[in-house]
Ligand binder design. Sequence first.
Ligand SMILES: Cc1cc2nc3c(=O)[nH]c(=O)nc-3n(C[C@H](O)[C@H](O)[C@H](O)COP(=O)(O)O)c2cc1C
Length: 215
Amino acid sequence: MPNLLHIDCSIRPAESVTRQLTALFAECWRTENPGGDHTYRDLGRSPIPHIDEASVMAALLPPHERTEAQRQAWTRSEPLITELRAADTIVIGVPMYNYSIPSTLKAWLDRVTIAEHMVDDSRTKSGVLEGKHVLVVTARGGAYGPGTPRAEYDFQEPYLRAALGQIGLATHLHLVHAEMTLAYSIPHLSQFSNIADASRSAAEDHVRRLATARS
Ligand SMILES: Cc1cc2nc3c(=O)[nH]c(=O)nc-3n(C[C@H](O)[C@H](O)[C@H](O)COP(=O)(O)O)c2cc1C
């Protein structure tokens, strides 16, 4: 049965562009996959604890060798790992915060990036999570495309390609960006609202196409 893992991490509950775009993807996906499972995880409203030593050790040890603290720590990582493994399609909404990703998403990545998931670079060149289709939808207050003054400040896309790639989630990875979103809320940027509108509209079209193409 098709299984969608849908993750948001914007701190904005209502006006969030990434939440609206991931919701659009999920809506199209559900229409195309009426019997499919849709798992939703909201890291913005319900942040998960940052990684700690007990969590790292728990991931390396068999269950019967874990201390009580490590068993407790594992209860915070295991549901995330189970959700990730069960999904064949993953959509992640990622606001740009300080040129990179929200710390709540970093906490999720730290918990699902375990030894068992790492791509074996030396021998098989593959990993157990490979084959999943991943869509990352970002929203940025400014613009970071090629040729823009801030192009080199985009630490979001290169980071996500590397971090998802090391656990085998970049073989079918698409990134879609909605840019200049601050044109709607900062008066002196309102002159760029036509760029924001065009970027948002292109992102919506792309998201719809990807949701349909996956079915
Ligand atoms: C804490 C914080 C940091 C931000 N840092 C940046 C940034 O470095 N570059 C940028 O272009 N926009 C930045 N923004 C603006 C957001 O990327 C923009 O509002 C985006 O639309 C947020 O995603 P959302 O609409 O899903 O909430 C920042 C916003 C916040 C709240």
